[in-house]
Design a protein around this ligand. Structure first.
Ligand code: AMP
Ligand code: ZN
Ligand code: FE
Ligand code: FE
Length: 288
């Protein structure tokens, strides 16, 4: 089994890249992709630990993209040349926008009488890709809420007093960026687009026109019916099917590495083989 969607402390997960790889190895996973939000800073240590523990590590990233629908669109990149300077510069730009946004969130919370400091949020994020889960931790520390879930429910979700939009790339640019650094582009968790089957098929067709390689059919938040529907959509459109848990450690305590929520994620090794075949045909070879 493998897991192609995970977050470390380089973004908003709670395990370091090394600890994440150790956990994956201890669980007997054959491969893992590190897909932190807007950063590849965890990749070198993950690759090194993967070598040491004999587990294949796919260098990845997850990008939020601008989209006019009601839901959220995220794109995963796999087998990136993580040292590519264009990629690194664009990701670093996105992280700078995240810092400004975190500052605005802190200011907004102050208006409703909730005092946390931006400095503390930055410290919790460890100077890396700052996200709302780090603000949530600061809110817990300040005694304003008891859990990450409560922090989102009361303050950080859309429509709540501490919500701020995030700067995102257009979908064309996101896919182009991933592909120009040798990667494959996959639509993450299609359910979060909140489209009906026809709408999703049209949307995926358009993304395919921009160079999309696959759909993340298997994901912790998908029902068995959704997994089947996304697999068959991928097959019809000649796209890869991928899958992963979206593990975030303690920031999403109900999601387990490799197995998702109540064992609803089981990603066979054949998914990776297909991804690597496509990589061999169209791009640079991955590590090992
Ligand atoms: P951001 O990148 O700052 O917009 O934060 C997005 C991250 O927040 C997601 O990847 C999740 O890790 C987390 N998240 C979003 N909604 C919730 C929620 N309701 N409860 C817990 N975590 C959430
Ligand atoms: Zn996250
Ligand atoms: Fe996502
Ligand atoms: Fe994710």
């Amino acid at each position: 089994m493998i897991d192609l969607h995970t977050h470390s402390t380089a973004s908003d997960g709670t395990l370091s890249p090394e600890a994440l790889i150790d956990l994956a190895a201890d669980k007997g996973l054959a491969a893992i992709a590190l897909t932190d939000h807007d950063t590849v800073d965890g990749i070198p240590s993950a690759l090194a630990r993967g070598e040491a523990r004999g587990i294949h590590v796919v260098p990845g990233v997850e990008l939020g993209v601008r989209w006019n629908g009601g839901g959220q669109m995220h794109i995963l990149g796999y087998y990136l040349r993580h040292e590519d300077s264009t990629l690194r510069e664009r990701l670093s730009w996105l992280r700078a926008r995240r810092r400004e946004r975190a500052q605005r969130i802190v200011d907004k919370l102050k208006v409703v009488g909730v005092e946390i400091s931006y400095e503390r949020v930055k410290e919790i994020a460890g100077g890396q890709s700052i996200g709302r889960p780090h603000v949530a931790q600061a809110l817990i520390e300040a005694g304003a809420v008891h859990s990450v879930g409560e922090a989102f429910g009361r303050y950080l979700s859309p429509g709540r007093p501490g919500y701020e939009d995030k700067e995102e790339l257009s979908v064309e640019e996101a896919i182009r960026l991933l592909k120009s650094s040798g990667g494959k582009a996959v639509l993450a968790h299609p359910a979060t687009l909140k489209l009906n089957p026809d709408g999703l098929a049209r949307c995926v067709e358009e993304l395919k026109g921009h160079g999309l390689d696959g759909l993340e059919a298997i994901w912790s938040g998908h029902s068995a019916q959704q997994v089947d529907a996304y697999k068959s959509l991928a097959r019809r459109m000649n796209l890869l099917t991928t899958g992963g848990s979206d593990f975030h450690g303690e920031n999403k305590p109900d999601i387990q590495l490799g197995t998702g929520r109540k064992n609803n994620v089981q990603v066979p090794d054949s998914v990776l083989e297909a991804l690597r075949r496509r990589q061999g045909e169209h791009g640079l070879r991955g590590n090992r």
